[in-house]
Design a protein around this ligand. Structure first.
Ligand SMILES: [Fe+2]
Ligand SMILES: [Fe+2]
Length: 186
């Protein structure tokens, strides 16, 4: 078995760590843009997802204990667009990460005999799949004008003062800070 430091898996894990760290930062950027666009709930979900990418980065980071390795990878430079575009580009990247990148890395890890690395990549891929779904659902809500109104009665909460309102639509007065708590289940 090839020593870890000389394996493709070591490089792939360092690439994964870098990709997660970048994703985390990018989602924080997108959260600020979502706030600017008036989508406070989406901003919170971007920030929440960023925290999950942080945890993924930490798991990859822990495979190493110092040292350095040279890696070569096509990292997306990214661009901050409107929130709808940011959601779709994020979903596409999540799809690539779980369906191509980590799937391939896990296969190589198994071939090289690093089962724990393969298991980690597989486990994190499940989260990335959820991220992809989340971003697509949120983009769809914007498409259908369903961010602040729904087809059935829901509980809406003002994120500024905590005021609760039940209805099909968020009261316009607190739209800038409104939140549909069960968007993902509706
Ligand atoms: Fe991640
Ligand atoms: Fe993700």
């Amino acid at each position: 078995m090839v020593p870890f430091r000389q394996s493709k898996t070591a490089k792939n894990l360092l690439i994964s760590y870098s990709a997660e760290a970048q994703a985390r930062t990018r989602y924080n950027f997108f959260a600020r843009r979502a706030e600017d666009d008036g989508f406070i709930q989406i901003a919170r979900l971007f920030d929440e997802t960023a925290e999950q990418e942080y945890e993924h980065a930490l798991r990859f980071f822990k495979f190493f204990n110092g040292g350095d390795l040279e890696i070569c990878w096509n990292f997306p430079a990214g661009v901050i667009e409107d929130t709808h575009s940011n959601l779709l580009s994020s979903a596409e990247l999540e799809l690539y990460v779980h369906d191509v990148m980590y799937k391939g890395f896990a296969q190589i890890a198994l071939e090289e005999g690093f089962k724990r690395a393969a298991d980690t990549l597989d486990a994190i891929s499940v989260s990335e799949r959820h991220h992809e779904q989340l971003f697509r659902e949120l983009a769809e809500n914007i498409d259908r004008d369903q961010v602040f109104r729904k087809n059935k009665e829901m509980d809406w909460k003002c994120l500024g003062c905590g005021f609760l309102h039940r209805g099909k639509e968020a009261p316009s007065k607190f739209r800038p800070v409104s939140n549909l708590r069960d968007t993902l289940n509706s």
